[in-house]
Design a protein around this ligand. Structure first.
Ligand code: SF4
Length: 699
């Protein structure tokens, strides 16, 4: 089928949460999709990083799934859509009949759009279970928990634009925007630095962010290179330094007494927690000179507007909620919330990780973060949906994996790759084979899809329409060009058909993504004021409660969105990682992403441009550790933990602290997640990806 070359359409980069606008143009043949910059795109104003520029390379990749596949006698055979739907509906009905609805799990995806995740979670609820989750569980579940509980909304308090214009200090902890959010770094942070802002980076690993700000200009910027898993003691030093200085020099205004008095609770608890706190001992634990931390505290507390950015180096710990709570404590006692250029701002991963949570693809909340165990919230949603929603929170991603073959017998996976993305990945691969039935909806044969019973070929980001919500709560429209393969289907169409057939009902029958969005607005108060027309090309920052609202670039000007209207301060104490170095595993392993790749690399490993840049995994080893082990730079080593081993090339560098090693999760042949620990934060159920005991074997 050929088509005329048409005008470019405006859409959003499918990779990170910055939400850069790009244009794509349909060429003469399906699959011939050209990338073009979008000069006045609202977030990036035409700039683009290497991933965004290469995103169209995978649209017509030879590995694309083109037809439904059904597993038979250990092989996949091509099937018709009718056969595939019959098998899915039949198996979901059988599982519910034999074991009850909680024997199924549903994985949504931040690679897919708001409308698609909304429909998937609606299917799960109507099926009778709240066992629906998405990959935010793995990246920022703890951040969302802490922000929602203590401030009101599980999202950035501010927007990139007001931060660029108003922040005097950027406190970036456990995040590496230079690598993971390149346009946020170059377009926003870099610009603010050129205008005089100061950067304080807190990270065990020196990285592109460190280098991009010339952080060794220590009079102005600082890199506090702490030991992995010591974020709480470091922030407690900062907090105690600020409080003690304020006692002696209240005239400096480091502590905002009026703000604490009028707008917060819990300050006494923080003071009690820090009463006997020993700053010298804590600095030793962190591996950072005390005077460096005190200097950073001074810079933050004496700034007119100071903003905190938080990343997965904070959230992916068994104490992830407390890590983020301590950042909230810092912002609240200094009054750095509720104004432009301030706040606590998580840098989100995938392009729709914020929206996937907003629309309720989570086991404990319905669309708009309404709690499933709150009777009034449930009743409001049930009235629109016309069926009862289970009133107990369901299982999270990793909890579901732990139950494969036990209480969970079936899994519906849309666009996710848990066999690589979950910690202790070797065990996940074993457990997933205990399922009686799994359907995977994706664009490629992923490491997870290989274990599926039915594989459904979906269209890519460039072929369909819908909305995504970026890291600063901006809801934006995506627009697609022609389908590349005739027999693929949009995720929304697949879900609509599965829902209609499974429930023999017409409430899953939607004409297009806009019709789904119209229903979403009715049950999601923070999106209620949005329409496709109102989103236009600029998008809108939620909350947008009523039609005509212009959205909120920054939150909490008047009051917090908690039950009391107050921001919650709560002192927290050091909790070491659940696995610490010992004689057998004397190193501490930490992990992070690279600029050129994305998560499990399903798309980025298939992009020639990105793969050329970084074709395989590696491990950063400190020169002193390298000497002790006898490792040469560039030599292959075996990196081991209690859960597995990978063979990777050693990169000998002072970027990492002595005693720690650093690697990435992107590469199937040697993914960090074969080594990582699946112990969870008790409240947010996020795994501790960022700290595990490890050992290196040479030769
Ligand atoms: Fe895409 Fe993120 Fe790069 Fe922007 S910064 S082009 S959203 S990957």
């Amino acid at each position: 089928m050929s088509s005329d070359k048409r005008d470019p359409v405006k859409t959003i980069c499918p990779y990170c949460g910055v939400g850069c606008g790009i244009q794509i143009q349909q060429g003469e043949e399906p699959g011939d999709v050209q990338f073009m910059p979008w000069g006045d795109a609202p977030v990036n104003e035409g700039r683009i990083c290497i991933k965004g520029g290469a995103a169209t390379e995978v649209v017509d990749h030879e590995d694309r799934l083109t037809d439904p596949l059904i597993e038979e006698d250990g092989e996949f055979r091509e099937a018709t859509w009718e056969e595939a739907y019959d098998r899915i509906v039949g198996e979901l009905e059988r599982i519910r009949e034999e074991y009850g609805p909680d024997a199924m799990g549903f994985f949504g995806s931040s690679k897919t759009m708001n409308e698609e995740n909304y429909l998937l979670q609606k299917i799960a609820r109507r099926y009778g279970t709240n066992n629906v989750d998405n990959c935010t569980r793995m990246c920022h579940a703890s951040t969302v928990w802490a922000l929602r509980t203590s401030l009101g909304a599980g999202a950035m308090t501010n927007s990139m634009r007001d931060l660029r214009e108003e922040a005097d200090v950027f406190w970036i902890q456990g995040a590496n925007p230079g690598e993971q959010h390149p346009i946020a770094n170059s377009q926003y942070f870099r610009q603010a630095v050129l205008d005089g802002a100061t950067v304080i980076q807190v990270d065990p690993h020196a990285n592109k962010t460190t280098r991009s700000f010339g952080i060794d200009d220590t009079d102005r910027h600082q890199h506090l290179q702490l030991n992995p898993g010591t974020d709480i003691p470091l922030l407690n030093i900062v907090l105690k330094t600020i409080l003690e200085h304020h006692e002696e020099h209240p005239e400096d205004g480091w502590v905002d007494e009026a703000f604490i008095e009028e707008r917060t609770d819990g300050f006494d608890h923080l003071k009690e927690t820090l009463a006997d706190f020993d700053r010298e001992a804590a600095a030793e634990e962190c591996g950072v000179p005390l005077e460096d931390i005190e200097l950073a505290a001074k810079k933050y507390a004496s700034a007119d507007n100071a903003a905190i950015f938080t990343g997965m180096g904070m959230s992916q710990h068994a104490c992830g909620v407390d890590n983020v709570q301590n950042e909230i404590n810092l912002a609240l006692i200094t009054g750095n919330v509720g104004r432009p250029g301030t706040g606590v701002n998580p840098l989100r991963g995938q392009n729709n990780v914020q929206g996937t949570c907003d629309v309720g693809a989570m086991p404990n909340v319905l669309p708009g973060y309404q709690l499933v165990d709150d009777d009034d919230s449930r009743a409001a949603v049930e009235e629109v949906w016309g069926f009862d929603v289970p009133d107990e929170p369901g299982l999270t991603n990793v909890e579901l994996s732990h139950e494969f073959g036990e209480s969970v017998h079936g899994l519906y996976v849309m666009g996710e790759n848990p066999v690589m993305s979950e910690p202790d990945a070797n065990r996940v691969a074993e457990r997933i084979q205990q399922l009686e039935f799994m359907v995977v909806q994706d664009i490629f044969m992923t490491e997870t899809a290989k274990y599926a019973d039915v594989i459904l070929p979906a269209t890519t980001w460039a072929e369909r329409d819908g909305t995504v919500t970026n890291t600063d709560r901006r809801v934006q429209r995506m627009r697609g060009v022609d389908k590349v393969h005739e027999n693929t289907k949009h995720d929304l169409e697949i879900l609509s058909t599965v829902g209609s057939r499974l429930f023999d009902a017409d409430d899953f029958d939607f004409e297009d993504p806009e019709a789904v969005f119209e229903e979403l607005r009715r049950v999601c108060p923070i999106y209620h004021g949005m329409t496709y027309d109102a989103l236009g090309e600029e998008g809108l920052h939620w909350p947008c409660y009523e039609p005509g609202d212009e959205g909120d670039p920054y939150l909490y000007e008047e009051e917090f969105d908690t039950e009391s209207g107050l921001g919650h301060i709560e002192g927290v104490s050091h909790q070491p990682p659940k696995e610490t170095p010992d004689d057998e595993y004397p190193l501490i392993l930490t992990t992070a992403r690279l600029e050129e790749h994305y998560n499990t690399g399903t798309m980025s490993r298939r992009s020639p441009t990105l793969n050329r840049q970084t074709p395989e995994n590696f491990v950063d080893v400190h020169p002193n550790d390298a000497e002790r082990y006898g490792i040469e730079d560039g030599e292959d080593v075996v990196l081991k933990s209690r859960r597995g081993e990978i063979t990777v090339q050693a990169q000998v560098t002072e970027d990492i602290k002595e005693g720690s090693v650093w690697t990435t999760p992107h590469f199937a042949a040697a993914s960090a997640n074969r080594l990582t620990n699946d112990v969870l934060d008790e409240r947010a159920k996020i795994p501790e990806y960022k700290a595990a005991a490890a050992e290196i074997e040479v030769g």
